[in-house]
Design a protein around this ligand. Structure first.
Ligand code: MG
Length: 263
């Protein structure tokens, strides 16, 4: 089994990066692993920590319509160059946490995606150089208020709600090029999304190089590589699980939104 790089909070509220052991203990590191964090003399047992999203990016750069079949189901062609948008870092939640269904929307969709975690400051790199800038891989759900995406000329509102970026549960360093990505809704054994990540139009290396021509990527930043076909609606009470072969599973529940302070 590949080494799993995790981020946790202990009972005192201290946040650590660490290595998840087979017995579920966390071997704590003194820094994020992509900043050469080293093991220290501290191991947390499972009842002493809560799992957080595996990194805390300055930004999440996401790619739209990066699978042919998904572009088709949205009624469009694949863009000639990557279609980029940003999700705010405040949208991130860990596995097992809840997605809040916002009152502004009547149509909220799941989008299972492969997420890249950047290890180095990256600016103006080539696809060949980009390969070494991708430190590892995790799973994301690019939750989207589809009705607001269609209503607005850009996607900040539709993609940016708090809790709209489940991320995790951990990071692995290596991934098979043909790994399977699947999304499951509630107890249905049939996936609602199922693809090989090889079917991406623009590869991870190409995407990182392309983004780096526009903005500097920082260590711990996240790139979402787009969702395959099969996107669909979430309802309050649903459980949504995204699995990527060789990484694991990211599972979240949808609940009614928190009361807002707007009056
Ligand atoms: Mg997406």
């Amino acid at each position: 089994m590949a080494q799993r790089y995790i981020r946790v909070q202990d009972l005192q509220g201290r946040i650590y990066y660490g290595l998840l052991q087979l017995n579920q203990n966390v071997q704590v590191l003194d820094a994020p692993p992509w900043l050469q964090g080293q093991p220290i003399d501290l191991e947390l047992e499972p009842d002493r920590y809560q799992v957080l999203a595996p990194c805390a990016p300055s930004k999440i750069v996401a790619v739209g319509k990066n699978y042919v079949a998904h572009a088709a189901e949205m009624g469009t062609d694949v863009p000639k160059e990557p279609l980029l948008f940003l999700k705010p870092s405040t949208a991130i939640i860990p596995t097992a946490s809840t997605i809040f269904y916002p009152p502004q929307s009547q149509r909220v969709d799941y989008e299972g995606e492969l997420a890249l975690v950047i290890g180095d400051r990256t600016s103006c790199c080539t696809p060949e150089q980009a390969h070494n800038k991708i430190w590892g891989y995790t799973i994301a759900n690019d939750v989207t208020a589809r009705d607001l995406q269609q209503k607005d000329s850009q996607w900040t509102r539709a993609k940016g709600f708090d809790t709209f970026c489940p991320l995790g549960p951990w990071i692995v360093r290596e991934l098979n090029a043909g790994a399977t990505l699947q999304t499951f809704l509630n107890d249905n054994p049939e996936p609602v999304q199922s693809t090989s990540i090889e079917k991406m139009v623009f590869s991870p290396d190409f995407l990182v190089a392309y983004i780096s021509q526009i903005m500097t990527l920082l260590p711990g930043d996240v790139v979402l590589t787009g969702t395959p076909s099969g996107v669909g609606a979430l309802q309050i009470g649903d459980r949504i699980r995204v699995e990527i072969e060789g990484i694991g599973r990211l599972e979240n529940t949808v609940v009614a939104s928190r009361p807002t302070a707007i009056s």
